[in-house]
Design a protein around this ligand. Structure first.
Ligand SMILES: [Zn+2]
Length: 105
Protein backbone atom coordinates (compact mmCIF):
# COMPACT_ATOMS: atom_id res chain seq x y z
CA UNK A 1 0.00 0.00 0.00
CA UNK A 2 1.12 3.53 -0.75
CA UNK A 3 0.58 6.56 1.47
CA UNK A 4 0.87 9.90 -0.31
CA UNK A 5 2.18 12.69 1.88
CA UNK A 6 2.49 15.92 -0.05
CA UNK A 7 4.22 15.02 -3.32
CA UNK A 8 5.95 11.98 -1.81
CA UNK A 9 4.63 8.42 -1.97
CA UNK A 10 5.59 6.28 1.00
CA UNK A 11 5.37 2.53 0.88
CA UNK A 12 3.51 1.11 3.89
CA UNK A 13 4.39 -2.34 5.15
CA UNK A 14 3.59 -4.51 8.14
CA UNK A 15 6.57 -6.59 9.25
CA UNK A 16 7.67 -9.05 11.97
CA UNK A 17 10.79 -7.05 12.83
CA UNK A 18 10.85 -3.30 12.23
CA UNK A 19 14.51 -2.69 13.03
CA UNK A 20 17.08 -5.45 13.56
CA UNK A 21 19.34 -3.10 15.56
CA UNK A 22 16.49 -2.27 17.93
CA UNK A 23 14.21 -5.28 18.47
CA UNK A 24 11.87 -3.22 20.67
CA UNK A 25 11.06 -0.72 17.94
CA UNK A 26 7.43 -1.07 16.86
CA UNK A 27 7.32 1.47 14.04
CA UNK A 28 9.68 3.35 11.78
CA UNK A 29 9.62 5.86 8.97
CA UNK A 30 12.57 5.75 6.62
CA UNK A 31 12.66 9.13 4.88
CA UNK A 32 15.46 8.11 2.50
CA UNK A 33 13.74 4.99 1.20
CA UNK A 34 10.25 6.44 1.68
CA UNK A 35 9.09 3.53 3.74
CA UNK A 36 6.80 3.28 6.78
CA UNK A 37 7.11 0.01 8.70
CA UNK A 38 4.78 -1.20 11.43
CA UNK A 39 5.20 -4.22 13.73
CA UNK A 40 2.44 -6.60 12.62
CA UNK A 41 2.65 -8.63 15.85
CA UNK A 42 1.03 -5.71 17.73
CA UNK A 43 -2.73 -5.53 18.22
CA UNK A 44 -4.75 -3.72 15.55
CA UNK A 45 -5.33 -0.82 17.97
CA UNK A 46 -1.61 -0.50 18.64
CA UNK A 47 -0.86 -0.71 14.92
CA UNK A 48 -3.27 2.16 14.33
CA UNK A 49 -1.59 4.25 17.03
CA UNK A 50 1.86 3.39 15.71
CA UNK A 51 0.85 4.36 12.17
CA UNK A 52 -0.55 7.67 13.43
CA UNK A 53 2.74 8.29 15.25
CA UNK A 54 4.80 7.54 12.15
CA UNK A 55 2.54 9.74 9.99
CA UNK A 56 3.17 12.65 12.37
CA UNK A 57 6.92 12.06 11.92
CA UNK A 58 6.52 12.13 8.13
CA UNK A 59 4.39 15.29 8.20
CA UNK A 60 6.93 16.88 10.56
CA UNK A 61 9.70 16.03 8.09
CA UNK A 62 7.66 17.20 5.09
CA UNK A 63 6.92 20.64 6.54
CA UNK A 64 10.21 20.79 8.49
CA UNK A 65 8.32 21.63 11.69
CA UNK A 66 11.06 20.38 13.98
CA UNK A 67 9.00 18.40 16.47
CA UNK A 68 10.80 16.56 19.24
CA UNK A 69 10.00 12.88 19.85
CA UNK A 70 8.06 13.91 22.94
CA UNK A 71 5.81 16.17 20.82
CA UNK A 72 5.22 13.44 18.24
CA UNK A 73 4.25 11.02 21.01
CA UNK A 74 1.88 13.50 22.66
CA UNK A 75 0.24 14.49 19.37
CA UNK A 76 -0.18 10.82 18.45
CA UNK A 77 -1.68 9.96 21.83
CA UNK A 78 -3.87 13.07 21.75
CA UNK A 79 -5.28 12.40 18.27
CA UNK A 80 -5.77 8.73 19.09
CA UNK A 81 -7.55 9.67 22.33
CA UNK A 82 -9.90 12.15 20.61
CA UNK A 83 -10.77 9.72 17.79
CA UNK A 84 -11.29 6.89 20.28
CA UNK A 85 -13.52 8.99 22.55
CA UNK A 86 -15.51 10.39 19.61
CA UNK A 87 -16.12 7.64 17.05
CA UNK A 88 -18.47 9.88 15.07
CA UNK A 89 -15.54 12.23 14.42
CA UNK A 90 -13.94 9.61 12.18
CA UNK A 91 -17.00 9.61 9.93
CA UNK A 92 -17.19 13.40 10.02
CA UNK A 93 -13.57 13.72 8.91
CA UNK A 94 -13.98 11.20 6.12
CA UNK A 95 -17.10 13.03 4.92
CA UNK A 96 -15.57 16.52 5.13
CA UNK A 97 -12.23 15.56 3.67
CA UNK A 98 -13.90 13.83 0.73
CA UNK A 99 -14.51 17.27 -0.76
CA UNK A 100 -10.83 18.14 -0.42
CA UNK A 101 -9.89 14.88 -2.08
CA UNK A 102 -12.22 15.61 -4.99
CA UNK A 103 -10.50 18.96 -5.48
CA UNK A 104 -7.06 17.27 -5.54
CA UNK A 105 -7.75 15.26 -8.68
ZN1 LIG B 1 8.74 8.47 17.09
Amino acid sequence: MKIKIGHIDYKYREVDIVNRQDPFQVGECDFTNRLISIDKTRSETEQGEILLHELIHVIDEYFRIGLKEKHVKLLGHGLSMVFCDNPSLQELFVDRLKKRQENCH
